[in-house]
Design a protein around this ligand. Structure first.
Ligand code: ZN
Length: 297
């Protein structure tokens, strides 16, 4: 199960899985040296055009700062646009950041209550000073013909042989919970993870739910699929972990692993980077993992 492919190589291989929900790029056939320049809006519209039933009337995927009309000099994809990521983008002369998650600390990126907050101002003013644009891509990448984040994560875990498009269930070669955790640690460069269950428990049926889909959706999926283990990004301690603990107390075979939100979906930012490299030629694109804000000690 454990493959030795390092993360960098994974970047090169990911193109193979980019078929999900793609249409031909009208510009990809241009072999002339005249490169088309791209605005933020054109890139957004092209991505959105690949998503069934898009654009959505309700979405968190809005521009958080900057403008649709900005001509893009380079793009950074990431999970969270931290100060480190912003500085890196400036260094790379990339004026568009496409994060998967909020910029300003809440689902809708509400900023009214933060206007005089020194933390908010520090970040906002830095973005404004460098004339960066941030477009969140969360709903659209998740709702491609097959979830682009899940495809990226499966690829990062080296589990694409065990993946059926559209399904959160992976049937991996039989192993135990400890080995699964070690595998994730290595592949995703996560120093430690929290789990519920017995490290010696046998595992082959994996329910993979990156990010934080919520307690009830996690438990509903467990009911639906009866997996050996739920692998997720995070969960409220009083919800799914308690449910899994109860299952163990009753002698049932079930465990869960929390990778951490950021690492659990970072493969999705790699997916978006690869997509952009194919469909938005001539614009440099970088994926920079933003890491977990919480350290372990
Ligand atoms: Zn997500």
């Amino acid at each position: 199960m454990k493959k030795s492919t390092p993360r960098r190589q994974f970047i090169l291989q990911s193109g193979a899985l980019l078929g999900a929900g793609l249409l031909a790029n009208p510009f990809s056939g241009w072999a002339s040296p005249i490169q088309k320049s791209w605005t933020v809006g054109e890139i957004m519209d092209l991505f959105i055009s690949q998503v069934p039933k898009a654009p959505f009337a309700q979405t968190v995927d809005t521009i958080k700062i900057g403008s649709r009309d900005t001509v893009v000099t380079g793009i950074v994809t990431t999970m969270f646009p931290s100060i480190a990521i912003i500085k890196k983008a400036v260094e790379l002369k990339a004026n568009l950041i496409i994060p998967h998650e909020p910029t300003f600390y809440s689902g809708q990126d509400e900023t009214d209550y933060l206007q005089n907050d020194p933390v908010f101002r520090g970040k906002y003013d830095l973005l404004a000073k460098h004339q960066l644009t941030i477009w969140r891509n969360h709903d659209y990448v998740h709702r491609m013909q097959d979830d682009g984040v899940r495809i990226g994560v499966v690829e990062e875990l080296g589990w694409k042989d065990y993946y059926s498009p559209g399904s959160p269930i992976l049937q991996i070669p039989s192993t135990n919970l400890k080995a699964v955790i070690d595998h994730i640690k290595t592949r995703m460069q996560v120093p430690a993870m929290r789990y519920v269950g017995d490290l010696n428990q046998s595992v082959s049926k994996v329910l993979l739910l990156p990010g934080a889909v919520g307690g009830k959706p996690q438990i509903t999926r467990i009911q639906e699929h009866r997996p050996d283990v739920l692998i997720c990004g995070e969960s409220n301690e009083w919800e799914t972990p308690e449910y899994v603990k109860t299952a163990n107390e009753l002698g049932m075979k079930l465990s869960m692993v929390e990778i951490g939100h950021s690492a659990s979906e970072e493969g999705g930012s790699e997916f978006v980077k690869n997509w952009l490299q194919i469909h938005v030629p001539g614009v440099p694109v970088y994926h920079i993992p933003s890491g977990n804000s919480l350290s372990v000690y």
